[in-house]
Design a protein around this ligand. Structure first.
Ligand SMILES: [Zn+2]
Length: 367
């Protein structure tokens, strides 16, 4: 799921016994409740069926609204990347100084604030090799972060805390004649790289949720996909990592884990926009379509810019597209196996579209 105007991402796994797992969450600015909750309520699913809430990483487009979800489904398990629970990470975010600020993840900080005020709420860290108890017919395995990734970021956060302590003490001791007004560690730039990756192996199909994982020198997406390919894993449903960015696309590796034939595989993608930067990029979409024709995304290009009125509180434009936030809640794509025909069936709810429509429908930007 993703909102077309208010970009964000959420996936729902539904088991055959009606159990539900939520992977990531965001809030639609118009609806004001978390999108997965909106979906669960609109489907009439009982609250007790929500087994877990998993936040892949702490960027707002994946975690806005998680505190509301925790309150709404208090009996569900709460999961996050193991790295966010390391002492090295938590010591940094506990560090208080008037000049210190953490940019880029205000929504994620809300989760930690809630947890510090509610020490009884359990949160569990996930890493490669863990599994999540879900239903008898669906096995949920965590594929990332790896041990090596955890060690790498543990060291990094230890050295960042060290650096922070030094900078603060030089400000305090007046050694620094020109102290920086704001110390910003830019912690959030690492978050994509230690996203939780989950696979769901079911009787009917296999799926993989790659969050915002990107390729890195020795870890990240390359590690996960190479390892999955070596284990001969094949996925029918592939949640495209990092909104289809250049840093997440690799034709050979994607193809190595996609199950053939084409009508047995679907790729799901959510759009992203900040300032003028828009994902997915057109040249990457063209390359993706050489991999498989079955790529669908949330978000609808609008032929005309809607007038800004009460029902269209915000809109935004980019060179290629005009998106709006209007009366719709979110684009939804769901995939089920049709039992009599034994085929995967795709349900697309407006404003979700085939990825090619994102760029083909664009109109001039002067209206
Ligand atoms: Zn994202």
């Amino acid at each position: 799921m993703g909102g077309s105007g208010n970009n964000g991402e959420s996936c729902i796994i539904e088991g055959n016994d009606g159990s539900v797992g939520i992977i990531d969450c965001f809030i639609d600015r118009v609806q004001t409740i978390p999108i997965p909750q909106n979906y669960i309520e609109s489907r009439g699913i009982e609250k007790s069926k929500v087994k877990f809430i998993l936040i892949s990483h702490l960027h707002g487009d994946h975690c806005d609204g998680v505190v509301d979800l925790i309150k709404e489904y208090p009996d569900s398990e709460l999961y996050i990347s193991e790295i966010n629970l390391l002492n090295s990470f938590r010591n940094i975010i506990r560090f208080k100084h008037p000049n210190l600020k953490f940019s880029g993840w205000t929504k994620g900080q809300k989760l930690f604030k809630y947890l510090s005020q509610n020490p009884d709420k359990k949160i569990q860290g996930l890493k490669e090799g863990d599994s999540i108890n879900f239903t008898n017919d669906t096995k949920l395995n965590v594929l990332y972060p790896s041990e090596e990734c955890i060690t790498y970021f543990d060291k990094l956060y230890i050295s960042q805390l060290d650096d922070l302590t030094k900078r603060v003490s030089s400000i305090e001791s007046n050694e620094d004649l020109n102290p920086p007004k704001i110390i910003d560690l830019k912690l959030s730039k690492n978050f994509n790289d230690h996203s939780v990756v989950l696979e769901a192996l079911g009787k009917e199909f296999n799926s993989i949720y790659l969050a915002d994982l990107e390729f890195q020198e020795e870890r990240g997406l390359g590690y996960v996909l190479t390892k999955a390919a070596r284990a001969h894993k094949k996925y029918n449903i592939f949640k495209v990592p990092h909104h289809g960015s250049k840093t997440s696309f690799n034709k050979e590796l994607w193809e190595s884990v996609l199950a053939a034939p084409f009508d047995e595989q679907f790729l799901k993608l959510s759009c992203w926009k900040k300032g003028q930067k828009f994902l997915p990029e057109k040249d990457i979409v063209d390359k993706m379509l050489l991999t498989t024709p079955n790529i669908y995304c949330t978000g609808t290009p609008e032929k005309k810019t809607p007038k800004i009125d009460n029902s269209t509180r915000k809109y935004y434009t980019n060179k290629h597209l005009k998106f709006k936030i209007s009366s719709h809640k979110y684009g939804r794509i769901s995939i089920n196996r049709n039992i009599p025909s034994n085929q995967l069936e795709l349900d697309i709810y407006s404003p979700a579209v085939h990825v090619s429509e994102l760029f083909n429908n664009h109109t001039s930007t002067d209206d």
